[in-house]
Design a binder for this molecule. Structure first.
Ligand code: CA
Length: 216
């Protein structure tokens, strides 16, 4: 598992709940869900969550009311909104939601937003034997600090955020180097360094002629 976290979904459309459940669980998250606002409030009061995915239009309590519960418990919230709810998105952010995502959405985008919000809040990412402090960018292998260059650090975070997805060299280059470099061998070199420094030989897989895979 990569970013250990427990997430609550409050959404009244079962099909959307099922979709999000599947996506989050396959990415290593623990997930509970509630189909109305009142059940959602109960879950928030009775459990500890790292993040809540919150629909706005809900039976019983609506998303804004639940946001108050979440804020009281200092749990970050991502609103799930319909396209037509532009006003609601603005209102949600003004009231303290951390982000929003518009239905229908791609699972990859949702996972990226979830990871990003969790990283801001949690401050640390834990992998087996590796700890990353996302505020200071300090990376430890066991108890030993490993010095990474800024690019190696960015690359590591990018791999983690896309764990379980096959990444081509071109994708990695475009996201991490942002077109400063054109030679995809740069990616191979840096990945080689990361593997060596952090002992990630078995975690970062090379897929011949395809690219790389950071295994969950
Ligand atoms: Ca709804």
């Amino acid at each position: 598992m990569i970013l250990l976290g427990k997430i609550l979904i409050v959404e009244d459309e079962q099909a959307i709940v099922d979709l999000i459940l599947m996506g989050l669980r396959s990415n290593g998250y623990k997930v509970d869900y509630a189909l109305d606002g009142e059940a959602g409030a109960d879950f928030i009061m009775e459990n500890h969550y790292d993040l809540i995915l919150l629909d706005i239009m809900l039976p019983k309590f609506d998303g804004y009311e639940l946001l108050e519960y979440a804020k009281q418990e200092k749990i970050p919230v991502i609103f799930i909104t319909a396209k037509s709810e532009l006003k609601d998105r603005v209102k949600g952010l003004n009231k303290g939601a951390d982000d929003y995502i518009v239905k229908p959405f791609e699972m990859e985008e949702l996972i990226a937003r979830v990871n990003s919000v969790l990283r801001r809040y949690k401050g640390t990412i834990k992998l087996p034997n590796i700890t990353i402090d996302t505020k200071t960018h300090e990376v430890k292998k066991g108890n030993v600090v490993v010095r990474l260059t800024p690019k190696e650090y960015d690359l590591l975070i990018y791999l983690i955020e896309n764990a379980g997805n096959i990444l081509t060299r071109e994708q990695i280059l475009a996201s991490v180097w942002n077109k400063e470099m054109e030679d995809t061998r740069t990616v191979d070199l840096h990945l080689g360094r990361l593997r060596k420094k952090l002992g990630l030989d078995t975690v970062i897989k090379t897929l011949p002629k395809v690219g790389y895979l950071f295994e969950v």
